[in-house]
Ligand binder design. Structure first.
Ligand code: COA
Length: 150
C-alpha cells in the first residue's frame, strides 16, 4: 500500500487503459455490462485520479465539473484485493484537496446503497429520494468543501 502512487491522468495517458479495465472489472462486469459500456460521454472533461503501482492501476475516482463551483464524483473503485485498507478514503481526500485548490466548493455523487456509510465517513450526506441506476438502488449524496480541508 505504501508504494502506491496517486496521479491525475487524462484519456490518452499510459495508465488510462488500466483505469478503464479496473472500472470494468469492479463496477461494470459484476452487473453484466460489456467493456464498451464503461466510458461516460463526459469522460474527456473529467478529472481522473488513479492509484497505481508501476503500470498497474489499483484504484480510481473521477470528477465531472458541472459549473465553476461544483460537480459530480463518479466511478469510485478499488481493486478487490485492496478493499478495506484505506485506499478509497485516500483517493477521495486527494481528489477533494485538488478540487479545493481549483476553487470548487461542492461535490455530489450517486452512491450505491450499500456504500453510503463509506461516503458518510468522508463527510457526505444523503439527500433526496432513493433511485435506481445501472439496475441497483442508489442514493444522492453531497458535501460542501470548506477551504480548511475538513
Ligand atoms: C466502496 C469502495 C470504493 C471503498 O474503498 P475501500 O478502499 O474499500 O474503503 P476504505 O478502506 O478506504 O474505507 C474507508 C472507511 O469506510 C468504511 N467502508 C468502506 N466500505 C464500506 C461499506 N461498503 N460499508 C460500510 N463502511 C464501509 C471502512 O470500514 C472505513 O472505515 P474507517 O474509517 O472506520 O476505517 C471499494 O470498496 C469498492 O471499490 N467497492 C466496489 C465498487 C463500489 O461499490 N464503488 C462505489 C460506487 S458508488
Amino acid at each position: 500500500m505504501s508504494d502506491l502512487a496517486l496521479a491525475f491522468i487524462h484519456p490518452g495517458h499510459a495508465l488510462y487503459e488500466g483505469e478503464l479495465e479496473l472500472r470494468f472489472r469492479v463496477l461494470r462486469e459484476p452487473l453484466g455490462f460489456t467493456r464498451a459500456q464503461v466510458a461516460f460521454p463526459f469522460e474527456g472533461n473529467s478529472l481522473h485520479l488513479v492509484a497505481h503501482q508501476g503500470d498497474t492501476v489499483l484504484g480510481c475516482v473521477l470528477f465531472n465539473p458541472e459549473d465553476a463551483h461544483g460537480g459530480r464524483l463518479f466511478q469510485m473503485a478499488v481493486s478487490p484485493t485492496l478493499q478495506g485498507r484505506g485506499l478509497g478514503a485516500r483517493l477521495v481526500r486527494a481528489l477533494e484537496e485538488e478540487l479545493r485548490r481549483r476553487g470548487f466548493t461542492h461535490v455530489h455523487l450517486h452512491a450505491r446503497a450499500p456504500v453510503v456509510p463509506f461516503y458518510e465517513r468522508l463527510g457526505y450526506s444523503v439527500y433526496g429520494e432513493p433511485f435506481t441506476e445501472v439496475g441497483i438502488p442508489h442514493r444522492h449524496m453531497r458535501k460542501a468543501l470548506d477551504s480548511r480541508g475538513a
